[in-house]
Design a protein around this ligand. Structure first.
Ligand code: CA
Ligand code: CA
Ligand code: CA
Length: 243
């Protein structure tokens, strides 16, 4: 170990973690088979269009859901992995009311294989309402602005988030060949579609295997003798370069 640590200082040793995308949809050509939308429907993104970062913006259609409805994503035959990551753009539409009692109590809950991985309230209607979700840097795309659907103005302003930039959804421990995610806004504050709703765009899931150490700068031309020996014992064909 001491030898490898010394090499790390000399050569930029780091942990590689290749992500394999196992599901991705922009909802522009339909609802992919692994998704069960419940009562959610494909809808034009209206004023959310263009929000996001390069290569990951709202556009075309997204999957819009009433509060209280459950959207389910079931992925089968996943490759061997130890971690799973989730990302999507969240449209918080119209008068979601945050934490509290009716009409408040609007919590976005996301589960993985039946266990909660996220449950936070979202509020759009009044600045005084309590939103439990505090987005990390780079997640909030818009807040309390008119992006379409109900309104403009009054209680019906909207917000947008890139939840894929929230570390809460990165590298969640998972090893099974099947992964089932559910998405819903639930709680005592759920109301009708014309009062409040939510939508997702650019939904993607990736998995990663056990991180393997690599020696930066040497992978293309060879590797250190001690490291080559380790990898050779695993049956891999690697070049060898003694130093
Ligand atoms: Ca789209
Ligand atoms: Ca609105
Ligand atoms: Ca509500």
């Amino acid at each position: 170990m001491k030898y490898l640590l010394a090499l790390a200082l000399l050569t930029g040793f780091h942990m590689a973690q290749a992500q394999t995308t196992v599901f991705s949809t922009d909802f522009d050509s339909g609802i992919a088979a692994p998704l069960n939308p419940g009562t959610a429907t494909l809808t034009g993104v209206q004023g959310f269009g263009g929000l996001g970062s390069a290569g990951n913006t709202f556009g075309g259609q997204f999957l819009r859901s009433a509060t209280g409805n459950v959207v389910t994503l079931t992925l089968n035959n996943l490759p061997t992995h130890t971690q799973i990551s989730l990302g999507f753009l969240l449209a918080a539409i119209d008068s979601l009311d945050g934490t509290g009692t009716f009409p408040s109590g609007d919590f976005l809950k996301i589960t993985l294989d039946g266990a909660n991985i996220f449950r936070e309230s979202f509020a759009n209607a009044l600045p005084s309402q309590i939103q439990s979700y505090v987005p990390p840097a780079g997640v909030e795309l818009a807040r309390h602005v008119d992006l379409g659907f109900g309104g403009p103005g009054s209680y019906y302003t909207d917000s947008a988030y890139n939840l894929g930039a929230d570390p809460a959804f990165h590298n969640i421990a998972h090893t099974g060949a099947v992964a089932t995610f559910t998405f819903q806004i639930e709680g005592e504050g759920i109301q009708s579609l014309d009062d409040e709703s939510w939508a997702m765009d650019n939904l993607r899931v990736s998995v990663s295997a056990v991180p393997e150490p690599e020696v930066a700068g040497l992978a293309a031309t060879g590797c250190l003798a001690v490291w080559c020996a380790t990898r050779s014992r695993r049956g891999r064909r690697v070049p060898k370069m003694d130093i």
